[in-house]
Design a protein around this ligand. Structure first.
Ligand code: ZN
Length: 434
């Protein structure tokens, strides 16, 4: 499936989207969604500023046109137009001459990573600030005067999010969510929003068995506003994923759901095992992304996250060094393949019941013994298939899912599915839908 996804296309998306000044509201966020809509179409919604969402309120929309610091000679030494991380996201407007001491109270640096510009936000507290490298900070004249200018506005606008629901047959629904508010940071989370749109495009190509609810929203407040507007339908969601940090050079990882042994966790474990890929396991914790909202007491949706260089773990996290040099489109495609495999397994995980539950059915009269035929894998003998059919006929009682049977027998889902098809043709199994 993924072969048709051109690395060139991903590189192009990375280049176009990376410089945009995203935030929890505003034009950068809207433009990002418009670009992603060209990959796979989805619907865009606006939630007006001031709307109450549970314990939160949608803040005013932030508009930023310029921000810089000039030294006493009039030279621009920090300019937001060079890198949008230079400005604390949601800074209020300022235009004044300040001493180094006053400026210093509004400067953010990373002494441990002296070349990097940190990423900082102040969404809910009126403030202003600049972020610079520690190397630059050290050179600032302590006795100098500085002209700081931030041209920003707060207006009654809205928060923007995107959604697409792909309806399946099974009555089961899964959530695929990502967050779209980070400005020029590559792994966290430009990689995630691109993977999200490619995954949506892949799933749109076929009619899926389950339903998939794709959501792209600013982190925290966006997820909360989404849950607020969908609180009556979201309870149908059985589990899901928050897609983030999928293209770094570090290890593959999986952050488990709060249950740790939910269907989502089992499927991910199985996929990594079947693909023979090693990964780091991260148990659920209350820090993280929007699983904090989706899994909260009222919703309790188990959410997992597959990462390639997980947030908090890599050194360049939330700094200007998390840039396009830090990630690779090939890594992104690799993680996309894993997600697609996860979806493939979720799709295969169905429940069947035996149509002959009174003892074992007589397989001999159905021509099973001499030649079962159609083995896809030459290593799989007819005898193997016969063995699997016996296990299926034993466990398919309308309760055990194929995943349960995989866990009990060690036979992979695709191979179980192959034999389910045979048994269905013999009218010995019937699918049970919720
Ligand atoms: Zn982040």
């Amino acid at each position: 499936m993924v072969n048709r996804v051109h690395l060139k296309e991903i590189d192009n998306l990375l280049r176009v989207l990376f410089p945009l000044t995203r935030s929890i509201t505003g034009e950068g966020l809207r433009k990002t969604l418009r670009v992603l809509k060209t990959v796979a179409n989805f619907n865009i919604f606006e939630v007006p500023s001031g709307t109450k969402c549970f314990d939160w309120k949608i803040p005013p929309e932030w508009q930023i046109s310029a921000a810089y610091i000039k030294d006493s000679s009039g030279k621009k030494i920090v300019d937001f137009s060079d890198n949008n991380l230079h400005l604390v996201n949601y800074s209020e407007s300022v235009n004044k001459i300040v001493s180094f001491k006053e400026l210093d109270e509004h400067l953010h640096t990373l002494p441990d990573l002296p070349k990097a510009i940190p990423y900082r936000t102040s969404y809910y507290k009126k403030n202003w600030g600049f972020c610079i490298s520690y190397n630059q900070y050290k050179k600032l004249a302590r006795d100098g005067k500085y002209h700081v200018v931030i041209k920003s506005k707060f207006k009654r606008g809205s928060l923007t999010y995107g959604e697409k629901v792909l309806n399946g047959f099974s009555g089961q629904e899964y959530l695929i969510s990502t967050y779209s508010c980070h400005p020029s940071l590559a792994n966290d989370n430009l990689s995630g929003i691109i993977l999200w749109s490619l995954l949506l495009r892949e799933l749109k190509k076929t009619k899926t068995y389950h339903s998939y609810r794709f959501v792209i929203a600013p982190e925290t407040i966006g997820a909360l506003s989404y849950l607020w507007s969908k609180k009556n339908v979201i309870s149908k969601v059985k589990g899901g994923f928050v897609i983030t940090c999928v293209a770094g050079s570090g290890p593959l990882g999986y952050k488990e759901t709060f249950l740790g042994n939910h269907l989502i966790d089992k499927v991910v474990r199985m996929v990594f095992r079947d693909l023979g890929i090693a990964y780091k396991k991260y148990p659920f914790d209350v820090h993280g992304s929007d699983e904090r909202q989706y899994s909260s007491p009222y919703f309790r949706i188990p959410i997992g996250t597959i990462t390639k260089d997980k947030y908090y773990e890599y050194r360049y996290y939330h700094t200007s060094l998390d840039n396009l040099k830090f990630i690779k489109s090939t890594y992104l495609v690799h993680t996309l393949r894993i997600y697609l495999k996860v979806i493939e397994y979720l799709e295969l995980n169905r429940v069947y019941k035996s149509l002959n539950p009174w003892g074992e059915p007589m397989l001999g009269k159905r021509g099973v013994y001499p030649d079962i035929g159609g083995a896809v894998n030459p290593k799989r003998t007819n005898r193997d298939n016969l063995e699997i059919m016996r296990w299926l006929l034993f466990y398919c009682d309308g309760q055990n899912s194929l995943l349960d049977i995989y866990e009990k027998t060690g036979v992979s889902l695709p191979w179980l599915d192959e034999n389910v098809q045979r048994l269905q043709e013999m009218k010995l199994l019937k699918e049970v839908r919720e």
